[in-house]
Ligand binder design. Structure first.
Ligand SMILES: Cc1cc2nc3c(=O)[nH]c(=O)nc-3n(C[C@H](O)[C@H](O)[C@H](O)COP(=O)(O)OP(=O)(O)OC[C@H]3O[C@@H](n4cnc5c(N)ncnc54)[C@H](O)[C@@H]3O)c2cc1C
Length: 403
């Protein structure tokens, strides 16, 4: 059985970031990823300005500056016939950084490539099928097309997201509910969206967002309740779920109608879900969780990618000791406790704010009451973006925490 210092399960933004942090410190790291890259993913692709120090630290600032879409300087709200916008809140230090969007085919791929270049071993496409603990070691069973093998390490980082089912103890199992949110995403070409604007879309039974990403393509993402989707399918008579959703959204939201009039879908619609917003345990017995696996914000705030990369950065930086040794036993538990508490302090407010915004967005009666207010005081959008973590930096948390 191959033995590593750490096994990272999943090479999304959380796993890629963690693997890169550990590998560049000289750790032997196995990254297990079930999908072949590059691959698209249901995600709006917006990355907050708060990631600038992380990109600098990981040596990715130039890549992001040269590849991502335009600087997003305004936040918007498209609801019913209203088209509203306000300034994106500015970061401290003069507001020189702005959030931007980058396709997951590019972001996840570059993080994984950099981790491999730093020495990580990549098991791809392999699925982590089960995980067990024997003494101080975790054993992970990997499967691929009828093949199976085992690898082990004292430390496992669960970074497999929260939308896929499977046999890992960190994967979520629950029955379907009418209130489940199902997610859809497409890239559009020739869409008429101002390059500096990221509008939140509100429609009966769901919410979504749009932003100009890399190569000028506009990413449109939507989350809709399972029961609302069912009604939209019955009303429209359209058999394809994504067609029924976009018809439902366009009918109820002028902003979306105007942006996609004359635009074409690039490739196909993607779907995922149900999504699982909430806060989960972050550490136990050598098992760290990062990204969506640790906690998930309703995507209404477009902060999941930032939280994924920043939690990976947090874990990676905390685990690396100055002398490069691999942490064990009580020292590992101390780091786990520090991480779990820093995570809650840093990310839980975003998750709670997102939950409030999501529930307000999905209720037509509340929207009816709030729209005139936001229309009169668009600065409320700037305030909401600030509450959702758009100016919350991870660097000070890191410097205060190194064990
Ligand atoms: C509609 C929608 C729009 C969104 N828009 C935005 C946005 O604009 N900005 C933003 O910041 N966030 C956005 N998000 C949230 C964001 O997509 C997630 O928070 C983010 O993808 C979480 O990253 P992660 O690395 O934790 O997990 P993931 O991105 O889910 O990556 C997990 C990886 O693990 C792999 N994997 C899974 N299971 C296994 C296994 N058993 N073995 C091996 N590999 C496995 C998967 O293939 C995948 O590559 C959006 C989400 C939705 C639903």
């Amino acid at each position: 059985m191959k033995t590593y210092d750490a096994i990272v399960i999943g090479a999304g933004p959380a796993g890629g970031t963690t693997a890169l942090c550990l590998a560049r410190a000289g750790w032997s790291v196995a990254v297990v990823e079930k999908a072949e890259f590059p691959r698209a993913k249901v995600c709006g692709e917006f990355m907050s300005a708060t990631n600038a120090p992380l990109f600098r630290d990981l040596g990715l600032a130039a890549f992001v500056a040269g590849t991502a879409g335009p600087q997003i300087r305004r936040v918007g709200l498209y609801a019913r016939e209203e088209i509203l916008s306000a300034d994106m809140p500015r970061m401290g230090g003069g507001g020189q950084f702005w959030g931007r969007a980058l396709g997951r085919d590019k972001l996840d791929t570059v993080l994984l490539e950099r981790a491999i270049a730093a020495g990580a071993t990549c098991w791809q496409p392999w699925t982590a099928a089960s995980l067990s603990r024997a003494g101080d070691t975790s054993i992970c069973t990997l499967t691929r097309k009828g093949e199976s093998t085992e690898i082990c390490a004292p430390i496992v980082i669960a970074a497999h997201g929260s939308w896929e089912r499977g046999g890992l103890p960190t994967q979520i199992r629950r029955a379907h509910r009418p209130s489940d949110l199902l997610a859809f995403k497409a890239h559009f070409t020739n869409a008429s969206l101002a390059g500096d604007l990221m509008p939140l879309i509100v429609f009966p039974g769901g919410y979504g967002g749009m932003v100009t990403s890399d190569s000028g393509r506009v990413s449109l993402t939507l989350c809709i309740r399972r029961d609302a989707l069912q009604r939209a399918r019955e009303t429209s008579g359209l058999s394809h779920a994504a067609d029924a959703v976009i018809a439902h959204v366009a009918r109820s939201c002028r902003g979306v109608r105007e942006v996609i009039a004359g635009a074409e879908v690039e490739g196909t619609w993607l779907s995922a879900g149900p999504i699982n917003p909430g806060i989960r345990p972050r550490y136990g017995e050598g098992l760290f969780r990062v990204g969506n696996c640790a906690g998930e914000a309703h995507p209404v705030v477009a902060e999941g990618l930032s939280m994924a990369m920043q939690s990976g950065w947090l874990v990676g930086s905390l685990l690396v000791a100055e002398d490069g040794r691999v942490r064990r036993g009580a020292e590992l538990d101390a780091i786990g406790a520090a991480y779990a508490s820093a995570w809650r302090q840093h990310f839980a407010p975003r998750i709670r704010a997102a939950s409030v915004f999501a529930h307000l967005s999905m209720r037509p009666a509340t929207i009816g009451l709030l729209l005139p207010l936001v229309s009169r005081f668009p600065g409320l959008l700037t305030f909401g973006a600030r509450l959702s973590g758009k100016t919350r930096e991870t660097e000070p948390v890191l410097s205060s925490l190194r064990v």
